[in-house]
Design a protein around this ligand. Structure first.
Ligand code: NAP
Ligand code: ZN
Ligand code: ZN
Length: 349
């Protein structure tokens, strides 16, 4: 066991604060990583504040981890000391159910082990990336092929990147398709970049008119202010696919009405209370679908990282010291970040 410094929430109300935690000794299949950067996902905030009513305290959030390998176990083949490595939202799964067998560990029938707040069904509480050091089984560690100066901006790919890449691939987004991304936050801005790189015509929906120029710069071909009914009506029944990343409950019907026949609105945003009901007639008259998607499997996460490296895609970030995390959460709630906070873990030393 090694002791490492982390930032933890002790309960839903008080700010995150320093705490010493233990990491397990490096086993034969383990990779030990000195964390360089950790992105700040809205799920970290939902968890720290127990907004999903499942938080195990103390809670050390953080599942967008990039670091340097400091030790490897005797059976580790793909990593060596000094390599740059990534860890995303999962650190284990049952490894033998049908989902695990199809490299879809995020849908593991026993429940995957989250990088933090896992295992979901009892057992010990895992501690995430708001810390100096982590030990992870090699099967859940990712190769990073971006250049050294991009590493801070690579961290958010480990959750925001894969959570948008996976549904865009699942619904076969590509050239000739009109694709909507709802919400220009951490997930949404990655969705815009990735869907544009896949060759789609990307329309960004936002509640923040001041994000229009950024969305166009990031790769959107058009921007629609979703509160403006006229702007929305101009796109009626025209979309092949819409990916909704919004972190708060809202009316889905205006977006459903923008889908073509047989097209899908996929939800990845995970608000703390349900959306108002979808209009059944809006669904049945055009055989439209509402779907959901959860992060992505480990193999697909590696595919996404390689796709992003090849296309020069990283996140747009604001680097913060660990000590600024509580202010960062408040700013994230106000949508006041372009477009992902990333913690420089050197600040914890
Ligand atoms: P974020 O950076 O805070 O972005 C969320 C965006 O949603 C905001 O930038 C804003 O975009 C829009 N928004 C926020 N409040 C809104 C409201 N009341 N009405 C309408 N739009 C609103 O959050 P994130 O890190 O991208 O995460 C987004 C959600 O995805 C969170 O709920 C998170 O827990 C969830 N998540 C899910 C998965 C998964 O596997 N499914 C993985 C990671 C995260 P505009 O200003 O452009 O409107
Ligand atoms: Zn996340
Ligand atoms: Zn499984």
């Amino acid at each position: 066991m090694t002791t490492t410094l982390a930032f933890a929430a002790q309960n839903p109300e008080t700010p995150l604060a320093p705490m010493k935690i233990q990491r397990r000794a490096v086993g034969p299949d383990d990779v030990a990583i000195d964390i360089l950067y950790c992105g700040v996902c809205h799920s970290d905030l939902h968890t720290a504040r127990n907004e999903w009513n499942n938080t195990l305290y103390p809670s050390v959030p953080g599942h967008e981890i990039v670091g340097r390998v400091s030790a490897v176990g005797s059976s580790v083949t793909q990593f060596k000391v000094g390599d740059v490595a990534g860890v995303g939202c999962m650190v284990d799964s049952c490894r033998h159910c049908a989902s695990c067998g199809e490299s879809l560990e995020q849908y593991c029938e026993s429940g995957f082990t989250g990088t933090y707040n896992g295992p979901v069904f009892g057992g010990e509480n895992t501690f995430g990336g708001y810390s100096q050091h982590i030990v992870v089984d090699q099967r859940f560690v990712l190769q990073i092929r971006h250049s050294a100066e991009q590493l801070a901006a690579v961290a958010p790919l480990l959750c925001a990147g894969i959570t948008t890449y996976s549904p865009l691939r699942q619904w076969k987004v590509g050239p000739g398709q009109k694709v909507g991304i709802v919400g220009l936050g951490g997930l949404g801005h990655m969705g815009v970049k990735i869907a544009a790189a896949m060759g789609a015509h990307v329309v960004l929906f936002t509640t923040s008119p001041n994000k229009r120029d950024d969305a166009l710069r990031l790769g959107a071909s058009e921007v629609v202010v979703s509160k403006n009914a006229d702007e929305m009506a101009a796109h009626a029944s025209s979309f092949d696919f819409i990916l909704n990343t919004v972190a708060a409950p809202h009316d889905l019907n205006p977006f459903l009405n923008l889908l073509k026949r047989d097209a899908t609105l996929c939800l990845v945003g995970a608000p703390d209370s349900p959306h108002p009901p979808a209009d059944v007639f809006g669904l049945i008259f055009k055989r439209r679908r509402i779907a959901g998607s959860l992060i992505g499997g480990i193999a697909e996460t590696q595919e996404m990282l390689d796709f992003c490296a090849e296309h020069g895609i990283v996140s747009d970030i604001e680097v913060i010291p660990m000590q600024a995390i509580n202010q960062a959460y408040e700013r994230m709630l106000k949508s006041d970040v372009k477009y992902r906070f990333v913690i420089d873990m050197a600040s914890l030393a």
